[in-house]
Write a protein that binds this ligand. Sequence first.
Ligand code: GN1
Ligand code: MG
Length: 353
Amino acid sequence: MNFKQPENSDLISTVLPHFNLNGDILKIEKWGVGLINSTWKISTGQKSFILQKVNSAVFKDPTVIAHNIALISDFLKTHHPDYLFAAPQKTLSNKEIITIPPFGVFRLFTFIPNSITYTVVDSPQIAFEAAAQFGKFTKSLLGIELIHLKETIPDFHNLHLRYNQYVHAIKYANEKRKVAAGEWISRLETHKTIATDFLQIQRNPAFKKRVTHHDTKISNVLFDKNGMGLCVIDLDTVMPGYFISDVGDMMRTYLCPVSEEEKDFSKILVREAYYKAIVQGYCSEMGNELTEEEKQHFYYAGKFSIYMQALRFLTDFLNNDIYYGASYPNHNLIRAANQITLLERFSELAHSF
Ligand code: GN1
Ligand code: MG
């Protein structure tokens, strides 16, 4: 279904009346940097909220998200009642998530008072704290019956499938885009073994599926004013997965001082102290749970995530930007080239890890 993007006036007249805000709306601000969902911070005199419109082209069945969040929330209440869990607030009709035509699918969270988010990682301590929070999240959910946790995006981090989608995109791309991508396609080709190694992981019983976040960028961790981690947020892609997905995406997004949007590739470099902080932070929670073989794959985790994101951006460029969208010509090609450059910098460091 095609929905309209709401203006602030539409939020006030049509969307927010479905929720109990307990006060007058004083301010509506666009919030966060996500590429897929749209997010706003809603402030009232008493409390603040985070309103999110779920991208229903990507999350085809939003009830699956609501199901997973309810399952996790119940498990934590029973087994870890002190865990700070930002569950969505129910609508006046008692739903966690609601379709409001013509604007889309929405849910509302209470804004955790005094919490801070970062958009860049500028100290190893922040990287350690974030990694510890993602580790704690998975650890706290050990014991949940994975069979009941659904895949909100089927095959989301299946690298083998992502590779096949990329090959398919090359085959059917228009000539102009294929030519523009040529150099980057050949540079990516030299890293193809990352995809074949993943097939081995899938077959290896030492690699366990656990509750995995799948989007461990720094803005998905809430911190307190002293820089201590409080909890993780943005739980749409929580589903069964391998630890390499979470650790790898932290490496992809914390090791380099600039983001995937950076066009000046001379700024792309890998900060080793941050690598160590991620490994130590994650192991501070998950060290006793990971198998020896999994522990041998921290470095692979970084390659896996950077390579997969490069494939995904390049695939989208070849597919005329249908997934991520583009705000300037060649946007997804630049993002892909940025990630391929990061992969090259990361690969050069192999000797030191
Ligand atoms: C998307 O929307 P956002 O920024 O949270 C994507 C991630 C990518 C990321 C790259 C559902 O996340 O997998 O790593 O962009 N999420 C989805 O910036 O595809
Ligand atoms: Mg996300």
